[in-house]
Design a protein. Structure first.
Length: 93
């Protein structure tokens, strides 16, 4: 009989390996079932991931385009003050 040459440790190892395989399959089935309810969300996230734009789920809806640029007209005194500040921070006097 072939069972005569199999040690107890080999039999135990085979049983542990089989048990680990069953647990892995059950876990995988659970993940697939849990993911089915959000299948539409998965397709959206996957599409955004492939295009390089991934939404953050914890935050409200993000816009994909940058915000509009705003500008303010400065008075000549403000322009001079800003130029002085830039010179001071850049180390040139």
């Amino acid at each position: 009989m072939p069972d005569e040459h199999v040690s107890i440790l080999q039999s135990l190892g085979l049983a542990v390996l089989a048990l680990a395989a069953v647990v892995w399959v059950l876990g995988l089935v659970g993940l697939v079932r849990r993911g089915r309810s959000g299948a539409g969300l998965w397709l959206t996230c996957r599409t955004l991931w492939f295009t390089g734009r991934t939404p953050l789920r914890a935050f409200p809806h993000q816009r994909l385009a940058p915000p509009h640029r705003e500008s303010v007209d400065l008075t000549p005194a403000e322009r001079d003050a800003f130029a002085g500040l830039v010179r001071q921070l850049s180390g040139r006097r």
